[in-house]
Design a protein around this ligand. Structure first.
Ligand SMILES: Cc1ncc(COP(=O)(O)O)c(C=O)c1O
Length: 398
């Protein structure tokens, strides 16, 4: 509250603008691609990949997402506290002691342990209600979910507990965003086999879902009843190996401004450790964004941001709160000029996958890493909805 109040009294220099029209547009394009028989679970975990889950969750529902997904129970409760109704699925583990919260706030858990199932059952009994749940099958990601050879026994145990209602059966792919496709096809067939085996003993689930963004775009035959997408809704293709079957536009732009301009003589060391030293008389600009805002230190050396349509290289180390950039070749650069970190300036643009490549990481990491210090400003449109398509990153690991 204190930070929010302080923000209202001040003017930020570094701002993330969130284009709600671009977000809704990405959802509409995806919905058109998957067709009316397939539902969309909009993944808004990690504060909607840094965009703001409360605002984007609402827009996602209005645009046609039937479910929202988060990772932690606290994220789900935060959505409820923001007056978001409708199904909210918690993809991650939940402690059995939190079962009453799940039931009281009508949250949809993924059940992976019997103690959680038992607590949910008792909590639902004492409130006289039922808990819809999703079940993850670990078909090869080796991360979370029930093993295929244990699923029947686990499900039979769940069936004995009153108050639990089967809703979703799902799995998550390890490499749907890269060649070869064999791993994905194998995981898919293991999943189909599990679903068939469960159906054979009378345990059917109304919603089967296996596709995150990469598989949703690459493997339409795997859409089943629902797709579970995050990154493409925010305007990015997961990797270069994902086909552009759906047109998407980046939702977040991130800008700062030049706060100070100095000219320095040859030999001047800049920023901590003097890793960069001027080899010509140089004009340097201070930009108030640093690693505490989510700009990874690993970007230094490669990173360049846009000023007046030109790329201004970062000079030396990235500090917690600020960077220095080289303005020597940018005519008339002056204090107050916009610095585009994510977005378009003139004919050029930088998106999170390019920053990710500079830092040896992926767009997901860059977007979700933009810290709480950077205010999010929500606009119904106009930031980058008409801008160029996001380029794709090179690897995924989240
Ligand atoms: C289980 C699960 N489903 C769906 C997603 C969404 O993935 P993407 O952002 O690639 O669409 C994630 C994200 O990591 C996930 O962990």
């Amino acid at each position: 509250v204190t930070t929010a109040t302080a923000r209202q009294e001040t003017t930020p220099l570094t701002v993330a603008r969130i284009d709600l029209n671009a977000f809704a547009g990405n959802i509409k394009h995806l919905l058109r691609f998957i067709g009316s028989d397939v539902r969309l679970m909009a993944v808004v975990k990690a504060d909607a990949y840094g965009h703001g889950a409360a605002a984007l969750g609402k827009v996602a529902q209005d645009a046609g997402a039937s479910h929202l997904a988060v990772y932690t129970l606290a994220e789900a409760v935060a959505l409820r506290n923001a007056d978001i109704d409708g199904p909210v699925v918690v993809l991650g583990p939940i402690l059995p002691t939190d079962a009453p919260v799940v039931v009281a706030r009508s949250i949809t858990p993924c059940i992976a342990t019997l103690p959680l199932a038992q607590s949910l059952s008792s909590a639902s009994q004492s409130r006289g209600t039922t808990v819809p749940y999703h079940l993850e099958i670990d078909t090869g990601l080796t991360r979370y979910g029930i093993m295929p050879n244990e699923v029947e026994e686990f499900c039979l145990a769940l069936e004995r507990l009153p108050g639990l209602e089967r809703e979703g059966l799902f799995t998550h792919f390890a490499s749907a965003d890269e060649e070869p496709v064999d791993t994905t096809r194998t995981q898919f067939s293991i999943f189909r086999d599990v679903a068939d085996r469960l159906a054979a003993i009378g345990m059917t689930f109304p919603i089967h879902h296996v596709c995150a963004s990469a598989a949703a775009l690459n493997f339409p035959e795997m859409h089943l009843d629902m797709v579970r997408c995050g990154i493409c809704l925010y305007g990015y293709y997961p990797t270069t190996q994902v086909v552009h079957t759906v047109e998407v536009h980046p939702v977040m732009t991130l800008t700062s401004q030049i706060a100070r301009v100095r000219t320095v003589p040859v030999g001047t060391g800049v920023s901590y450790g003097h890793e960069w030293t001027a080899d010509r008389p140089s004009t340097i600009g201070l930009v108030p964004i640093g690693y505490a805002d989510g700009l990874p230190r690993q970007v230094q050396g490669n990173g360049k941001f846009l000023v007046r349509g030109f790329r201004a290289p970062i000079l030396g180390r990235i500090a917690m709160d600020q960077i220095m950039i080289d303005l020597t070749d940018i005519p008339d650069a002056a204090p107050g000029d916009e610095v585009v970190i994510l977005g378009q300036s003139g004919a050029d643009y930088i998106w999170a996958d390019e920053i990710g490549a500079w830092a040896g990481t992926i767009s997901y990491d860059i977007l979700s890493g933009i810290s709480a210090r950077v205010p999010r400003v929500y606009a119904p449109g106009g930031n980058c909805a008409g801008g160029p398509r996001a380029r794709s990153g090179s690897s995924k690991d989240r």
